[in-house]
Write a protein that binds this ligand. Structure first.
Ligand code: AP5
Length: 217
């Protein structure tokens, strides 16, 4: 069981670019999506996570690692994982390393999506999401074909509660303080490949494909 990690600030395009690897058989595990599913189901975990997520703080490491452990335990061992938004702290990265050792796997590559703060704010404030299928759009950069309606489900799109400018600025500060140290951590292990995420969606996807190479895919 091997894994690729998508690292980068909120709104860098981790979810958007993940299609490239999903199409090549990677099992996309977004801790943000897993947590939002818990909120939707109104589980105790979801109720605990909601308040933190809405104000742009992190959910505790043990909660997030517990979710990942469950996902990995349910896999048949032959799957390739694409972790999106996980790990986000040094503790999570160390825990992931231990989990991978337990399943005789390893993190093969860490894709860092690099994007300036002002671009991120525009992207997140304009993001719209389908509550049914999770499709992600942008009012300007990636609009749906018709109005504010999902191309797949035909239902009204919504804005995430944490996508206000104020909360995005808070999320960026938390990223700098708690997640950026992972760049040095993975550089030390020679696993980082940095992608310029301040390009069109097509260009970012192409760069990710090129950087990972056919073998990794
Ligand atoms: P999560 O859902 O993971 O949010 P995030 O990391 O903040 O990332 P986003 O989903 O906001 O952005 P993205 O990089 O996927 O960008 P996207 O592709 O959507 O986490 C939410 C919260 O959950 C956290 O704040 C925390 O509270 C909690 N949490 C999650 N994981 C955790 C963990 N491991 N530990 C602790 N807490 C955790 O793109 C954004 C927009 O830009 C879209 O509208 C898209 O259409 C557009 N776009 C994308 N690429 C481009 C491009 N190249 N050009 C123009 N527009 C683009």
């Amino acid at each position: 069981m091997n894994a690729i990690v998508l690292l980068g600030p909120p709104g860098a395009g981790k979810g958007t670019v993940s299609d490239v690897l999903i199409a090549r058989g990677y099992n996309h595990i977004s801790t943000g999506n897993l947590l939002r599913e818990q909120i939707r189901l109104e589980t105790p975990l979801g109720l605990q996570a909601r308040e933190r997520m809405d104000r742009g703080s992190f959910v505790p490491d043990d909660v997030v690692v517990g979710m990942i452990r469950e996902v990995m335990a349910a896999s048949d061992g032959s799957q390739k994982f694409l972790f999106d938004g996980f790990p986000r702290t040094l503790i999570q990265a160390q825990m992931l390393e231990k989990l991978m050792v337990e399943v005789n796997g390893e993190v093969k590559q860490v894709v860092l999506l690099d994007c300036p703060d002002h671009v991120i704010i525009d992207r997140l404030v304009g993001r719209r999401t389908c509550g049914k299928c999770g499709s992600v759009y942008h009012v300007t950069f990636n609009p749906p074909s018709q109005g504010n309606v999902c191309d797949v489900e035909g239902c009204e799109l919504s804005q995430r509660a944490d996508d206000t400018e104020e909360t995005v600025r808070k999320r960026l500060a938390v990223y700098q303080q708690r997640t950026e140290p992972l760049i040095a951590y993975y550089k030390e292990k020679n696993l980082i490949v940095t992608i310029n995420a301040n390009q069109s969606i097509a260009e970012v996807r192409a760069d990710v494909s090129d950087a990972l190479g056919v073998d990794a895919l």
